[in-house]
Design a protein around this ligand. Structure first.
Ligand code: FES
Length: 370
């Protein structure tokens, strides 16, 4: 007999109680079936009042979830964003604390209610199932469906429909906090909002072009051919905080001086430049990176993000890369002291492209952007 067969033989034998002899018990099974422990009924199984009490507890917990959802929404709208609460050394937003507590308690109540339902009201009878081949014959599938029906029946739902209704309601109402938080994505960008937020810049007639670091005005006579200056509107320095950042993001320009003989100037832009000095938006029309990689010889301006290339000697047209629009040009002139100033605002929106670009069409206007 091989060692494997010997081992299998031993598995089918057990010591008898009396003689210490190895005797076969059930050769069909590798080990004896220990059987199922005695079922001990729960209080809710034998006492209808206890079962009803457990059901009321579950329903109460589910019913409190909508209350928590409403409190969450109220906290979002009613608690000022700058109100704070202190927990020892922790300085926290009162709104965030209230929203966290209400949402957390709501989810906890769903968990506790479901646990109480499963522990007290669903069937807890022990079931023995023999393992068979992994394939599922038709009668086994029918058995699964029958057990599923039994499970639904034993869950208590057919007799206590309120359990299911409150459970589904408790889970469903938690969509409300999620929907409320979506409002933080910002206002719907209608034409007026787009005009104000994206398309309007600080540029308008008479605003001086200044160096974007030193804020010193740029004098036309100081610029030499081939030079590029990163510029900004002079009125930018009057702003502070968020207003400053928003305005600065839209207003930057590059000022370049080229040999007038090298420049192709469209007929409608003849007076937009001063002796070969031109100004363009510094924001790439692809997805908005700031650009200032300047090739003096070719007059090309390269965007470092995705290599869009614009020809500043030919109205800022795209000569390479994914950008689909020319760089917006800022019309300029000189003031009576020889400093460069804007002749007007931009005539097209600056910045990257998007579907609803140029709110003037929606608003029925045709003026410059400012
Ligand atoms: S942002 Fe300039 S090429 Fe993409």
């Amino acid at each position: 007999m091989s060692s494997q067969e010997d081992s299998l033989e031993r598995q089918h034998e057990h010591l008898s109680d009396d003689g210490g002899q190895l005797v076969p018990t059930n050769p069909e099974l590798p080990v004896d079936d220990p059987g199922v422990e005695e079922h001990i009924p729960r209080l809710a199984d034998v006492d209808q009042a206890a079962a009803d009490r457990a059901a009321r507890q579950v329903i109460f917990m589910y019913a409190m979830v909508p209350v928590m959802a409403v409190l969450f929404v109220l906290a979002y709208y009613l608690i000022p964003r700058d109100m704070a609460v202190d927990f020892g050394p922790l300085h926290s937003s009162a709104q965030h604390v209230a929203m966290g507590l209400t949402l957390g308690i709501g989810i906890l109540l769903i968990g506790l209610g479901t646990q109480q339902w499963a522990r007290q009201l669903m069937s807890n009878h022990e079931i023995v199932e023999q393992r068979h081949d992994s394939s599922s014959p038709e009668d086994a599938k029918q058995e699964v469906l029958r057990q599923l029906d039994d499970g639904i029946a034993e869950s208590g739902v057919p007799r206590r429909k309120m359990l299911l209704i409150t459970a589904l309601g408790a889970v469903g109402i938690l969509a409300a906090p999620a929907l409320v938080l979506l409002t933080d994505l910002g206002p719907v960008a209608g034409p007026n909002y787009r005009r104000r937020a994206y398309e309007t810049t600080l540029w308008h007639e008479g605003v001086r072009l200044v160096n974007d670091i030193t804020y010193t005005p740029v004098k036309a006579s100081d610029m030499v051919i081939g030079q590029l200056v990163n510029g900004a509107p002079e009125n930018l320095k009057d702003l502070h905080g968020t207003a400053f950042n928003n305005a600065k993001a839209k207003a930057p320009i590059v000022i370049v001086r080229m040999n007038p003989a090298d420049i192709t100037i469209p007929a409608d832009r003849k007076d937009w430049q001063v002796s070969g000095i031109l100004a363009y938006s510094k924001i790439c029309t692809h997805v908005g990176c700031p650009i200032s990689l300047w090739e003096q010889q070719t007059h090309h301006l390269l965007c470092p993000c995705h290599q869009s290339t614009f020809d500043l000697a030919d109205a800022g047209k795209v000569v390479f890369g994914p950008a689909a629009r020319a760089l917006p040009q800022l019309p300029i002139k000189v003031d009576d002291q020889g400093y460069l100033v804007a002749r007007s605002g931009f005539t097209v929106p600056v910045g990257p492209s998007y579907f609803e670009r140029d709110s003037r069409h929606d608003l029925g206007e045709s003026e410059e952007y400012r």
